[in-house]
Structure formats: C-alpha cells, structure tokens
Design a protein around this ligand. Structure first.
Ligand code: CS2
Length: 511
C-alpha cells in the first residue's frame, strides 16, 4: 500500500509538486515533493549539496544504481563535487527502469538517512541523469564515448559478472550468449563494458577506467576476466589485447550496511526533512571505501573524500568479506532458523552472538593476512557494535538472498584455508549446515528463494530427508558452490554432517 497516494498536484505559486500523504492513522495531508525547487523548504538541519548542480558535468557512468550505490559511492561523489564539478554520475539501469522515472520527478535528488541514535539526513545531488537501457541505450553509449567520462563503475552483484564455476565468462549464460550474437546491443554488464570499450577504441579515444564496486572477492579481477573473456570468445583478438594492455580494472572494498528501503522510511524521512521523497535510502553512518591506487591522474581524487587508496585491496577485502559478511551470513541462517527477523534481533540471542564472535576471533582471523595499521580485534568489536545498531532494522531475509553466490567467498574459502593450515573447522561448519537446513525448510514451506539457483535449491530442499548422510551429497553436487577438493575432504564432510544433524535435533552450536 503506497503511503503517499499517487495524486500529485502543483503549488502554482511556487511551482512545487505536492503529493497527498497518508499517515499511520490514515489521515490525509499534503506534502511537498523533494526536488531542486523545493530544497529551500527542507528543515534546517538537513544537509544539502553545497555546490551548483547546474555546473556539474558527467564524468562517471554507473551501472546498477540501486540503494547501495546511492547510499555509498554517490555520497562520496556528492562530497567530491563541492571541490571538483567534473564527476557527476550518469546512472544506467541494465534491466527494467529501476528508479529512473521516480528520480527524474525529483530532479535526481534523494535523501540518505544515516540511522544511529542521532539520525542525520542528507540530500544527495551527485546523480545528473538516470537512463534505462531499454529506452535510452543511445544516450548511454553517447556517455560511454564521451571523453569527459573517465570512469565507469558498477554494482550488479556477483551474478552480474556471468562467470562459470572455473572463473571464466559463462558462454552458456543467456545474457552472454545474447551479447555474443548482438555485440552492439548488449544486455549484460560485461557486454555493455565490452561494447563501450570497443566504441571508444574505434573512435581513437583513451579507454575509461572500469571499476567494480560490488561486494565480492577480487571484484576488479572478475570484471577484467569477464570482459576480456567475452571479447576473446567473439574472436576479437586485437580488441582483447588493447583491453588487456590499456584498461585499468581497479579492485575495491566497499562497506556500509544498507537495508532495503520501505514505506515506513518514506514516512519517517518526510517527517524528519519536511519533504516527501519517493526513493530514499537508509544506512548506518559508517562507510568505508578502499580503492586500488591505480586510478592515476585520469580518475577522481577519491582520497580527498575519505577513500583509502592502497595497492593491497585484497587484504582489506578478505578482512571485510570474511569477518563482516561471513558473520552476517552466519547470523542470518541460524537467526532465521531460530525465528529472528533482523540482525539486531539475532544479536540479542546471547548464544548466537557469542558463537559468531568466537568464530570471528578464533577461526576467521587466523586466515587473514595482517594489514599495516589495522587491528583485527578492534575491527571485530566495531562490527559487532554495528550489528547491534538499534536504529536500523536489517532484515535477515535480505542477507539470506543469493546464498549460492555468497557462501563461497564468505565461508567456504575460509574453511579451505583453515583446513590447509590444519586448523579445526568445528565452528566454521555451522553456517554451512545452517544454510542447508534453511534451504530445506524454505523449500518445504513453499517459499521462493531470491537466488539465481532458486529452482535447483527448491528441488534439493524438497528431496532432503533431514539426515546428513542422505542430504549432504545433494548440496555438494552444486559445483559452482562447493569446489571438488573441498567436498572430497573427509574433515569437511564430517564436520558439516555433525552440524547438520545436531541442528536438526535443535542444538545449534557445538559443545
Ligand atoms: C550483507 C551485505 O546483504 C548482505 O549479504 O551481508 O550487504 C552487508 O550489509 C554489506 O556488505 C555491508 O557493507
């Protein structure tokens, strides 16, 4: 149920868009819609762009402008624009329209609510335009060959890279097959970047920097491999060599907890800011962006706005993906089995919170390479504190999505490292078994998975008996999730089996 009815009117005197608002008691009142002209009506403590948006140029094309991009990268760029107007963002939606129409109505402005005990509201102005590939492909290509665009970024999640189990581009993937047949009208992110670079080279221009901002391991390497793999599969050796030699694909580590928005957020943002926003974002105050220091003079000066520039992103990335995201997934699958709905509620289960902390401190840290000036113990304490944030409701079902894509780099790689070093994996096996139990429960209760392998998961879940000996092989057959060497290791199989049977008997944690 929309809380603000779709009955826009106009305040003729001020030329402001008005929407009708329904509060929780169903009372209808009028609210002014967020937009460039209505900024002066914001409550005084709301931060607004301090630069002239009219003189901002487009220097970045971003594919996949969902909530995470708008709450993270776009905020850094918003700060940057105050000192350097070249880096406005052209948002490009690959499938469907996303928030293109809603944000156009708001002159591409939206609210970011930083939710802590003392919330902070900020209007972000770094988005200059929002194009949808289905209707604006020509305009996106025009941006990709514009010499002023020096950086192309993306947040399309792991599945957007269309890689197969061996890490190469998956030629059987429907989007990749489409892009091979129609290179000039691409459908996947990989195809779009390849075609952008193809056109750039044909026009005699320098390539753009292609930077992944996805929360996945080795994101820059994955993007590079996928793009070069696609071009090679198309038989374009020269283009592949040009890309390999001259295109920079920096790796990045991104961090800021960003729950999916809901109607309640629209209501609270309107109350707190004084303007109605149809596409607000909420996140925690904390944000971190570690960027491989290879942007050079062509790229934006991200260090100036708080990004950590380093040659060793991998060390930060492992720490973040394994400690924060590994713990998130662990809290999620066990929490959902225990009947919790959100991260803060899962953290309120004392045994679960204690277990996750022990796993982080005793098992995960041992697999991490030390990082100069970085204290893992403090980092873990800060993460646990962030998970307890009472002002942010982060639904476990959101984190549970795409388990087949997330488990490998969040948990299974940690297990492989621990086994290689001869360390115990008693605790680390628990989230794997909890995920399997979760899959079984969801399939049997008729819920759909938000996962690219949902059909297979439903089939597996329904065929499970509840006994490890019969059920585990069904999961282990998922080769893109479980590497063959891991499922051949009897230590792995036996610990996951013990945890699976124990959880089935109602005991979540090892003695
Ligand atoms: C979460 C992440 O949904 C998930 O899988 O673990 O989105 C997490 O909130 C972010 O990585 C935090 O930076």
């Amino acid at each position: 149920m929309p809380i603000f009815e779709d009955a826009p009117a106009v305040d003729l005197e001020n030329e402001l868009k008005i929407v009708m608002a329904k509060d929780t008691d169903n009372k209808i009142s009028a609210a002014t819609r967020l937009g460039q002209r209505s900024l002066s009506k914001l409550k005084p403590d709301v931060a607004v762009p301090t630069y002239d948006r009219g003189s901002v140029g487009v220097g970045i094309v971003h594919f996949g402008p969902g909530a995470f991009h708008r709450g993270h990268q776009a905020c850094y760029i918003d700060t940057l624009l105050a000192g350097d107007p070249r880096w406005g963002i052209c948002a490009a939606e690959l499938k469907g329209r996303g928030q293109a129409d809603v944000l156009r109505e708001q002159d591409f402005l939206y609210t970011v609510a930083e939710l802590e005990l003392q919330p902070r509201y900020r209007i972000v102005g770094s988005m200059k335009e929002y194009l949808a590939a289905e209707s604006d492909a020509g305009s996106i290509f025009a941006r990709l060959v514009d010499p002023a665009v020096k950086l192309v970024t993306c947040t399309v999640t792991e599945k957007g890279y269309c890689l197969d189990g061996a890490g190469g581009v998956d030629l059987k993937n429907a989007d990749i097959a489409h892009d091979l047949a129609n290179p000039h009208a691409p459908s996947s992110l990989v195809g779009w970047i390849a075609e952008g670079l193809r056109r750039r080279r044909a026009a005699g221009l320098k390539p753009f920097i292609a930077m992944s901002c996805d929360n996945v391991a080795g994101n820059g390497h994955k993007l590079r491999k996928a793009v070069i793999g696609l071009v090679e599969a198309a038989g374009e050796k020269d283009l592949a060599a040009w890309i390999a030699d001259s295109v920079r694909f920096p790796c990045t580590m991104v961090d800021s907890i960003t729950p999916a928005a809901n109607d309640e957020l629209k209501r609270s943002v309107a109350a707190a800011t004084g303007l109605y926003d149809e596409a607000p974002v909420h996140r925690e105050k904390f944000q971190q962006w570690v960027v491989e220091d290879i942007l050079g003079a062509d790229g934006p000066d991200l260090a100036r706005v708080g990004a950590d520039m380093t040659r060793d992103v991998e060390a930060y990335e492992h720490a973040k993906l394994r400690l924060l995201n590994g713990a998130h997934s662990t809290l999620t699958y066990i929490g959902l089995l225990k009947g919790c709905v959100s991260v803060d509620k899962a953290m309120a289960e004392a045994d679960l919170a204690r277990f996750v902390e022990e796993m982080m401190r005793q098992d995960v840290v041992a697999t991490l390479r030390p990082v100069a000036g970085f204290d893992f113990s403090d980092y873990i304490s800060a993460i646990l504190q962030r998970f307890r944030n009472p002002a942010l409701t982060h639904l476990l079902y959101q984190i549970a999505s795409d388990g087949t894509q997330k488990l490998p780099y969040r948990i299974l790689d940690v297990i492989a490292d621990a086994l290689a070093a001869g360390r115990p994996i008693v605790r680390l096996a628990v989230p794997v078994a909890a995920w399997m139990r979760f899959v079984r429960r969801e399939a049997n209760e008729g819920r759909k998975f938000a996962d690219p392998m949902s059909d297979t998961l439903i089939e597996i879940g329904k065929s499970c008996t509840g006994q490890a000996a019969a059920d585990l092989p069904r999961f282990f057959a998922l080769e893109t999730v479980f590497k063959p060497a891991l499922v051949k290791d009897p230590r792995f199989v036996s610990e996951v089996a013990k945890a699976y049977d124990r959880i089935g008997g109602g005991t979540y944690f090892p003695a």
